[in-house]
Every structure is written in C-alpha cells, then in structure tokens.
Design a protein around this ligand. Structure first.
Ligand SMILES: [Fe+2]
Length: 200
C-alpha cells in the first residue's frame, strides 16, 4: 500500500483495494466481451446491435477507469493486465464460435447480468466495511449496468411480459427465454416454408 493522508484506516483501505481489484478484472472482461460481440455480430439488425455493443463497451471502459482509480486513491496498486483478467475474472468465457445476432445478444445479456450481480455484491461489501464512497461508486455502476442490460434484452423480448421466466429458463439450457421463442418461431416458419414447397 502506498502512503496517503486519507484518514480512512489502512485496514479498510486494504479491503477496498482488494474489492476494487476483484471487480476491475470483471469490468475489463465485460469490456472485452462487448468488443468481441461488436466485431463479430452479423444478421438483419446488424447496425443497431453493432452500435449498441460499442456504446456499452464505452460505458465499461469508464467503469473500469473509475474502479481502478479509486483503488489507487486508497493507496493501492491495480492489476488490469490481460493475464490477471484471464486468471481472475468471475465471468463465463465468451463463446468465440457465435455469429448469429440473437446468440450474441443472449451471450452479452448473460455477461451483463452476471457482472451486475457481482457489482451489487460489491455495493453490499463496501457498505458493510464502512466505505460509503466505494459503495456509491459501485451503486452508480450498478444502475448503469441495469440500464444497459435493459437495452440489450429489449432486442430479445416481445411486447408481452414473460410470466414464465423461471420455467422457461430451466427448459432452455440457461439461454434467454425470448431467444428460444425466436428460434421456435424461425423453426416453425422454416417448417411451413418446407411444407409449402412439398405441396407445390
Ligand atoms: Fe468499432
């Protein structure tokens, strides 16, 4: 720890530096996953999804900067290297075989949801430890992640609210329920087209 005249105890600052470093690696990972999706997405809504992923990546870059700099303000040292991120991120690795737009949306929604969960836990941890400043920083990030998750998931959802989320999820290998609805719709439409072809 580096010396500072900040009157927070060394013990508290040490705890916050660890917490901030833990969430920094997740934040850099979510940034990289968003760029991965931004570069590789294809499909009918390409421009909208391509640009949305880039906008959220810009947010993630800001979050990582704020989180890293608070750790340094506490007298800490940050490790935002690729090696550390690869070793310590708590996010699932991004599936590099994805090309379909809906699958990218589903994967990014899952990454943001997991990241949001980790940030909410960090709010509680900072609050319990007694650092209102760090809790406030994580609260700001949390609110922004929730908004970005909404923007991403809106591409998957119908106008009708989904009332069977839990059961859908269990019967859908953890994929977003709307993604399976779209796939089911596509399959039904393909099957109708096949039948039409067979009749003609
Ligand atoms: Fe770009």
């Amino acid at each position: 720890m580096n010396p500072t005249k900040n009157d927070m105890s060394r013990d508290l600052r040490g705890k916050m530096v660890k917490l901030l470093n833990d969430r920094l690696v997740d934040t850099i990972d979510v940034f990289n996953q968003l760029k991965q999706a931004h570069w590789n997405v294809k499909g009918p809504s390409f421009i909208a999804i391509h640009e949305l992923f880039d906008q959220i990546a810009e947010h993630a870059e800001e979050w990582s900067d704020d989180i890293a700099e608070r750790a340094v303000q506490m007298g800490g040292v940050v490790d935002g290297t690729s090696q550390n991120v690869a070793q310590r991120s708590t996010l699932e690795p991004y599936d590099v075989t994805i090309t379909d737009g809906l699958a990218h949306i589903d994967a990014i929604a899952a990454a943001l949801a997991r990241y949001g969960q980790q940030i909410r836990r960090a709010i509680d941890a900072a609050d319990k430890a007694g650092d209102a400043g760090t809790a406030d920083l994580f609260t700001q990030v949390s609110r922004a992640v929730d908004k970005d998750l909404w923007f991403v998931e809106a591409h998957l959802q119908n106008a009708e609210p989904d009332t069977a989320h839990a059961s859908d999820k269990s019967s859908n290998n953890g994929k977003h329920p709307a993604a399976s609805k779209v796939s089911a719709k596509q399959a039904a439409s393909a099957s109708r087209a096949k039948n039409r072809h067979a009749l003609s």
